[in-house]
Design a protein around this ligand. Structure first.
Ligand SMILES: C[S@@+](CC[C@H](N)C(=O)[O-])C[C@H]1O[C@@H](n2cnc3c(N)ncnc32)[C@H](O)[C@@H]1O
Length: 275
């Protein structure tokens, strides 16, 4: 690729791959892009890269003398990332289609680690942090973003009420454990510290996901993809359908009262360095 290699709008790939960033990931990813150190020559690891918008953006912003290593075991997402890389003609991204726990890279070979909505949601974040600790050179940056406990509190308040009104008080514990599995600043900072990364900066913010009604919320594509499977595990197995009918009704009533359903998403961007 040279510096006059334009992209033709009129190819099928240009249309198909133009819309390439999950909206849910965008506010978190923009934070990383605003803070990540842009070395002239660096090796950057993107853990849980998904379809790779951040890997691509970093590869392009850092330029050909830097390398991005994009890691994710999700085969379909990695296939899309391969297509995007081909379409753009990028030569400075390597793909590792593996669980990050099994990453086979040299010790102290990484300058920057990023993970957008990633590592603290992995099955074994502690094991991945230990891998990061081995791979990071001293002084390497680690930037991760996450949603926090408190995420969608408005929805969970209705969920709690519905469990009680449908005779499922015994499932409140399951709801609480689902709510509390999310990160806190303290939990993420502690797991970074355990892996030898000192937290130097924490930014906290929030945004809202707004819906006209409960019916719209429960049918939204990303809700169905990213959240509904875990929500459906909260009620008693034979009460899932009536629970969701009641939830939809309650949320619809709330939307009529408030004019909308707005869900707050508290978020954090945590910047650490390998000690
Ligand atoms: C919420 S998605 C975020 C994807 C992407 N970073 C983004 O911002 O759009 C979490 C990603 O982590 C990946 N993942 C889960 N466990 C993983 C592991 N052990 N090692 C590497 N990636 C993992 C998932 O496949 C998924 O693509």
């Amino acid at each position: 690729m040279d510096n006059l290699d334009t992209i033709d709008y009129n190819t099928p790939d240009a249309g198909d791959l133009y819309d390439e960033l999950p909206l849910w990931s965008a506010p978190f990813g923009l934070w990383i892009l605003d803070r990540v150190p842009l070395g002239q020559t660096s090796t950057i690891l993107d853990l849980g890269c998904g379809t790779g918008f951040l890997s691509i953006e970093l590869a392009e912003r850092c330029g050909p003398s830097s390398t991005v290593i994009a890691v994710d075991p999700w085969a379909a997402a990695m296939e899309r990332l391969r297509r995007k890389i081909r379409h753009r003609g990028l030569a400075n991204i390597q793909l590792k289609e593996v669980d990050a726990v099994g990453l086979d890279l040299p010790d102290q070979s990484i300058d920057v680690i990023v993970s957008n909505l990633g590592v603290n949601n992995f099955m074994d974040p502690g094991a991945v942090m230990r891998v990061c600790s081995r791979l990071a050179r001293p002084g390497a940056a680690f930037l991760l973003t996450t949603n926090l406990v408190g995420h969608m509190a408005e929805f969970y308040a209705v969920f709690r009420k519905v469990l009680l009104t449908t005779g499922q008080g015994d499932r409140i514990e399951a709801l609480d454990s689902h709510i509390n599995h999310r990160a806190t600043i303290a939990s993420v900072s502690a797991s970074l510290a355990n892996a030898g990364f000192g937290v130097s900066e924490v930014d906290v913010s929030a945004f809202r996901l707004r819906f006209a009604s409960g019916s719209a919320l429960l049918r939204h594509y990303f809700i169905r993809l990213g959240f509904l499977p875990a929500w459906a595990e909260v009620p008693t197995a034979d009460k899932v359908r009536p629970t969701f009918e009641a939830l939809e009704n309650e949320l619809n009533a709330l939307a009529l009262e408030r004019g909308e359903i707005a869900l707050t998403i508290p978020m954090a961007c945590i910047f650490a360095r390998r000690e």
